[in-house]
Design a protein around this ligand. Structure first.
Ligand SMILES: [Zn+2]
Length: 133
């Protein structure tokens, strides 16, 4: 069983196109300056529709994480145990992503990470957190 691919629509296509090229994007509102993720058609802070795409550094810190020991579907059976983290990115938005590591005991709240991209399908790459050394 193959891993499920993310749903890609008009609102998220720029994000996934950039991810496939190894770049992390987020949105910023030109009206009020709010930084947001995941991508949306409008700004969740002011309701305006003047949001622009910005390139993120890919650097952040783990806000929280969990280790998955029981695969949610057969597609993840070969992956357990694995970690999922909420990451506070340097630009001020929060993302959930898997953590790519061989040492789950090294994970810690506040640990610095760098985003890397894992190709998972034709033209699709998933952002993953890798512990920064
Ligand atoms: Zn706004």
């Amino acid at each position: 069983m193959s891993r499920p691919l993310p749903p890609i629509d008009a609102d998220t296509r720029p994000f996934w196109t950039a991810a496939a090229a190894g770049e992390l994007l987020h949105q910023q509102c030109r009206s009020c300056g709010h930084t947001q993720f995941p991508p949306r058609r409008i700004c969740v802070a002011c309701g305006g529709d003047d949001v622009e795409w910005r390139r993120a550094s890919g650097e952040g810190r783990i806000h929280s994480f969990t280790v998955v020991h029981r695969a949610p579907t057969d597609a993840f059976r070969s992956k357990v145990p694995y970690a999922i983290a909420l990451v506070d990115m340097a630009e001020g938005f929060r993302m959930m992503m898997n953590v790519e590591t061989d040492d789950l005991s090294a994970l810690a709240i506040g640990a610095p990470i760098k985003v890397v991209f894992e190709p998972i399908g034709e033209g699709v790459a998933l952002p993953q957190a890798r512990l920064a050394r």
